[in-house]
Design a protein around this ligand. Structure first.
Ligand code: ZN
Length: 386
């Protein structure tokens, strides 16, 4: 099919959205680049937006040069001809949101204050989800419209990331969106979720995400976060998840070893007998929690941790081995001697304090890059993203 034919077809089948009834310009937007052409079945999903060219010109230097420069997209010289510009690369849902903002139609723009009901009635690109946010971010970046979406961005991101994302494509898009926006918190917490539930399989140490959590991990794990270049390394989601998994396992062992060391240094319990019993049991059971064939020394290392453990299962297993219902003496009398409180405190820090986790996965360069991204999107004084 020739380009002309495609162009004619695109113009023949569209959905009309009147953003400005007096608008002098028609944008034919879509299909989004993610939708592949198929020769058997052609679905274009083109939307024809009637808009005001001057509004677009004022909003972005990109539109100004596209519409008012000496290019093919400029206004036809024949006064009776309709001014049409094809934007086949863009997503119509995303453009609808952006064009509504540009034309001051804020009642048509999702605020995402708390629930889905905040999406305006009759909101065409419904639902407001990860895909749509990603498409908006890509279009804003392309047309240099950062200042236009600024008031909405933080809430959109918070809203989308609070939704349960089980589909791997959506999760990848959320990760990429967070990376592009420099949203450390969303980026880190998504990687954390994956890392907590991943383990290594077989001789090749293949990284597997526990099936309960992600069904189609294979579909996206090698995917690089490539919209932003990181100075020192090529980032793939898999690399980050591996790094995070190892980091967290080591972190668990470190806090446990610190605990044992502090008990070695001085009495912490009701009696010498109790001291000795607790210390001995902590060390004995740590080795038991490892695969006994690999743990050769008293102080085990992250390498000794069986590869089939996810961080979650390791926490559970080591915790059960060492800490729960311990010591098995008269529990009331020894309530303060046992290590449960320390264990539970450390565990919640690791699971809930994102700053601890960020230190495990972000390099200095990554932090710098994300900061630069935030500046681009939110100005010189970017807000703390939730
Ligand atoms: Zn005691």
């Amino acid at each position: 099919m020739s380009d002309d034919e495609i162009s004619r077809l695109r113009r023949a089948e569209y959905q009309q959205e009147i953003i400005d009834p007096d608008g002098d310009l028609f944008l034919h937007v879509g299909p989004a680049s993610r939708q592949e052409y198929s020769t058997d079945e052609i679905e274009f999903h083109v939307t024809r937006f009637q808009v005001c060219s001057a509004t677009l010109r004022r909003a972005s230097p990109f539109f100004k040069s596209m519409l008012f420069g000496p290019w093919v997209h400029s206004k036809p010289s024949d006064p009776d001809a309709t001014w049409v510009v094809d934007l086949p690369e863009d997503d119509d849902g995303a453009m609808e949101v952006i064009l509504n903002i540009l034309h001051g139609r804020f009642n048509k723009v999702p605020r995402c204050d708390s629930t889905r009901e905040d999406v305006p009635e009759g909101f065409t690109p419904y639902p407001f989800d990860t895909d749509l946010l990603y498409d908006i971010v890509v279009a804003v970046d392309k047309y240099d419209l950062f200042h236009v979406v600024q008031p909405f961005l933080a809430k959109w991101v918070a809203y989308v990331s609070s939704q349960q994302v089980m589909d791997p494509v959506a999760q990848r898009l959320l990760l990429e969106t967070a990376w592009i926006l420099g949203d450390e918190a969303v980026f880190a917490s998504e990687i954390k979720e994956l890392a907590l539930n991943s383990f290594l399989k077989g001789d090749e140490s293949e990284l597997v995400i526990s099936a309960k959590h992600r069904k189609n991990w294979d579909g996206f794990r090698y995917y690089s976060i490539d919209n932003v270049e990181v100075k020192d390394e090529d980032l793939s989601i898999e690399d980050l998840v591996r790094r995070a998994r190892t980091g967290m396992l080591q972190h668990v062992l470190d806090w446990h070893h610190q605990h044992v060391s502090s008990r070695l240094k001085g009495p912490r319990t009701c009696s010498d007998k109790c001291d000795a019993l607790i210390l001995g049991t902590l060390m004995q059971r740590e080795t038991k929690a490892m695969s006994s064939s690999t743990a050769k020394s008293l102080w085990t290392k992250a390498d000794d941790i069986p590869s089939h453990y996810t961080v979650r299962t390791f926490l559970k297993f080591l915790g059960r081995q060492i800490y729960y219902k311990f010591p098995r003496l008269d529990e009331e009398k020894h309530e303060k001697c046992g290590p449960e409180k320390y264990w539970n405190d450390q565990k919640s820090v690791m699971l809930e304090d994102l700053d601890v986790f960020k230190k495990l996965i972000f390099t200095k360069d990554m932090i710098e890059d994300m900061k630069e991204q935030r500046k681009k999107w939110f100005g010189s004084n970017p807000p703390e993203l939730v």
